[in-house]
Design a protein around this ligand. Structure first.
Ligand code: BGC
Length: 726
């Protein structure tokens, strides 16, 4: 009786909300306020035991539903590279299914390097559909921590060093995921920027740094995308662990920002019962095992804490409301819920699109690229990264794929009539350090000799180097930016043997390029780029795709130039890390301190060239509530159709406080056909010019002079516009 009434009620609401949707924009990603009476009704009907059962994992990726009300168990899956393969209920071992393959989506770095917010939405929506096809309720994505150091082990999963690019990719991705009736779980909240001692490190960062750099993406996710869930991270912040951090969870996230969804612990990141419940954790995951889950923090101990009066009933009611709210909003057990789709040709096409827009052309000095296919006879493909699959590995989440096209396969697909020979060039070898592994740096001279021989006898040599899923890994940071496995020696030897050598980096984080840069005339950056990675890189190399990606991070000349290392504050000591560079993260540091990077943030070439015309601005004197709009004509002066990412930075010309030399405020990606001019528009709020004032604990837009810098990268500013804020 109860079950059918519940379903009927939800059905009615769905019909109503679908009508609304048809007449306005698709807001299905949002919390639906009309479900609130039902949330209260359900929560009021639950016993304490029923409530408590909702708050902890009772399997690695499961938690209880409410059987009595016909609500099934809740299922979770990693993201963020695609829907993770099924694991055994009580262990990290694969469950051995044959029906749990999924599309491998380009990792975070690749998605953000597209700077394409529409693609980010489609990406989220396709990933959400795959999660639904595997019957998941929560997708543990996106992963958005700021790339504070080039050594960060999980940089490849993350989007950027810049909070504005970060938010502009995360927000549409979350909307896309949630449009499929699955909860996005933005992670890892917060200020979790290293893997070294991630489970205990206490992060000290100034209020200004957290507000201006580390928190904006979460705030945007809550306020612009109505994200349903937030995963709290392993680290401590200013003392307490994040998952029991009153300031981060209760005051900021749920208080200031008004977050209405669930705070979920990272796996094993809960450390207490009473504090965690009081300070804002709702779901504790990753503790206990078969038969013992209920003994952990949010199981029996929480029920007892409520009975003893240590945790007020109102707190568990609020926690239960959040859990139920998310379940109703994803339409759990509602027959109209989307059922998703997985491994479809459409998803393959999408990951191809993302991958091909993500690839960054760094250098093309000898105009070797694009390869002229009509005159091409032979290519030497060199390097283990030409044949590496990247969908799983290391400590991080993996995807069981139906297929993954490697660069070597991609080139063979696209160039069936060209003689393509392969030489491995280097072996990936590791030194063991407990259960962690660190890459060896020496190469194998015999593999180099073989590669050199092949390069000599081919018209072109394509050398694929960089990281992989063990070099860049969850649970450890790299110890150096050096290229691993003797890759630098390999590149130098191959380039000396054949000047027609093109180097392709496959990596999600900066490497030290000093050794190979001087002799490398042609340089391309690819990513852990999904199932279609090989086809995408092949199409860029032969020019079927005109590269249009730009770097979402700075590649420093050397590690010591980058902010966390220049200030000797990465990864901190045994207990604590102090973010000494403060707000000067990424290019903010390089530009303010006048340090030349190897390749700047926002940089990327095309096979075309783009000329910027004089920008037009809606006005030059603004008040704090205004919106600024700039239109910039962009002319493709080359002979290939292409895409350009126009970036708007702002400099505060006079300020009462330290301001970075420039900060990204907006960008747009435009398609411009050869010889044509397209007008591009960037808008942002004058409010976005604010800095965070630590003494008043508020955002302040200082009146005065500002300069808008319109550029093709952070270091290639084409136009400047002076404005005044009154
Ligand atoms: C990672 C999370 C992940 C979780 C579940 C943790 O180790 O930090 O990103 O979602 O495991 O696999």
């Amino acid at each position: 009786m109860k079950i059918s009434r519940f379903v009927g009620f939800v059905l009615l609401l769905v019909v109503l909300s679908n009508c609304n949707r048809a007449i306005s924009e698709d807001t299905s990603y949002k919390f639906d306020p009309s479900l609130e009476p039902k949330v209260s009704e359900i929560v009021n009907s639950l016993s304490l035991d029923e409530k408590v059962s909702l708050f902890y994992g009772n399997g690695k990726f499961w938690s209880a539903g409410i059987e009595r009300l016909g609500i099934d168990e809740v299922q979770y899956a990693d993201g963020p590279l695609g829907i993770r393969e099924e694991l055994e209920r009580h262990s990290w071992s694969p469950a051995g299914w044959t029906t749990d393959s999924a599309t491998f989506f380009p990792a975070g770095g690749g998605l953000s390097a597209t700077w394409n917010t529409d693609l980010a939405y489609e990406y989220g929506s396709a990933m959400g559909a795959e999660a639904r096809a595997r019957n998941k309720d929560y997708l543990l994505a996106p992963a958005v921590n700021i790339q504070r150091s080039p050594l960060g082990g999980r940089n490849y999963e993350y989007f950027s060093e810049d909070p504005v690019l970060n938010s502009n990719i995360a927000v549409p991705m979350i909307k896309g995921i949630q449009s499929q009736d699955v909860a996005a779980t933005i992670k890892h909240y917060a200020i979790n920027n290293q893997e070294t001692r991630r489970g205990s490190i206490d992060v000290q960062a100034s209020e200004r740094a957290i507000r201006e750099i580390y928190l904006p993406v979460y705030k945007a996710a809550v306020q612009e995308a109505d994200v349903y869930s937030v995963m709290c991270s392993y680290n401590r912040f200013r003392g307490p662990y994040v998952c029991e951090n009153e300031y981060l969870l209760r005051d900021i996230l749920k208080g200031e920002w008004g977050f209405k969804g669930t705070v979920m612990s990272d796996w094993g990141a809960t450390h207490s019962t009473v504090e965690s419940a009081l300070y804002g954790l709702d779901i504790s995951m990753g503790n206990g095992g078969e038969g013992t889950y209920h003994e952990t923090y949010f199981g029996d101990p929480l029920a007892k804490a409520v009975q003893d009066g240590d945790v007020p009933q109102s707190v568990v009611d609020d926690m239960a409301s959040r859990v139920v709210r998310v379940l109703l909003n994803v339409k759990k057990n509602d027959p109209t819920r989307k059922t998703g789709s997985i491994n479809t040709p459409e998803h393959s096409e999408l990951v191809y699109k993302v991958a091909s827009e993500s690839i960054v052309l760094l250098k093309n000095e000898a105009n070797l690229l694009p390869l002229s296919t009509s005159e091409l006879n032979s290519i030497a493909v060199i390097g283990d990264n030409a044949t590496q699959t990247l969908s799983s590995g290391g400590f991080g989440a993996g995807v069981k794929v139906v297929y993954e096209v490697t660069p070597l396969e991609g080139l063979k697909n696209r160039l069936p009539n060209v003689e393509i020979n392969y030489a491995k060039g280097y072996d990936e070898t590791y030194e063991r350090n407990g259960f962690m592994r660190s890459p060896a740096f020496k190469g194998d001279p015999s593999l180099v000799a073989e590669a050199v021989e092949l390069a000599k006898n081919s018209e072109y040599a394509l050398v694929f180097i960089g990281g992989n899923r063990l070099v860049e890994s969850e649970a450890s940071d790299r110890t150096t930016m050096e290229l691993p496995f003797g890759q630098a020696e390999l590149v130098k030897a191959v380039t000396a043997a054949n000047p027609n050598t093109i180097v392709v980096m496959v990596a999600g984080t900066p490497f030290d390029l000093r050794e190979i840069e001087p002799t490398t005339s042609s340089f391309v950056w690819s990513w852990f780029n999904g199932s279609e990675a090989g086809n995408a890189i092949a199409d860029v190399l032969i020019g079927t795709v005109n590269p249009s990606g730009k770097l979402p991070f700075t590649i420093p000349e050397k590690l010591e130039d980058s902010p966390a290392h220049a200030t000797n504050s990465f990864p901190g000591n045994e207990t604590e890390v102090v973010y000494e560079e403060d707000i000067l993260v990424g290019y903010r540091w390089f530009d303010t301190k006048n340090i030349d990077p190897k390749y700047p943030f926002g940089f990327g070439l095309s096979y075309s060239t783009f000329k910027y015309g004089s920008p037009k601005i809606n006005k030059t004197r603004f008040s704090a509530n205004d919106v600024l709009e700039i239109t910039i004509p962009v002319t493709n002066t080359g002979d290939k159709d292409g895409k350009e990412i126009v970036q708007a930075y702002v400099r505060a010309d006079k300020s009462g406080v330290m301001r970075p030399a420039k900060e990204l405020k907006g960008f747009t990606k435009v398609s411009v056909n050869a010889g044509k001019t397209v007008s591009s528009t960037i808008t942002f709020d004058i409010k976005d010019l604010a800095y965070f004032n630590e003494s008043t604990m508020s955002w302040v837009v200082e009146p005065g002079d500002y300069t808008i810098l319109i550029g093709s990268s952070s270091r290639d500013i084409r136009e400047e516009i002076a404005i005044v804020v009154e």
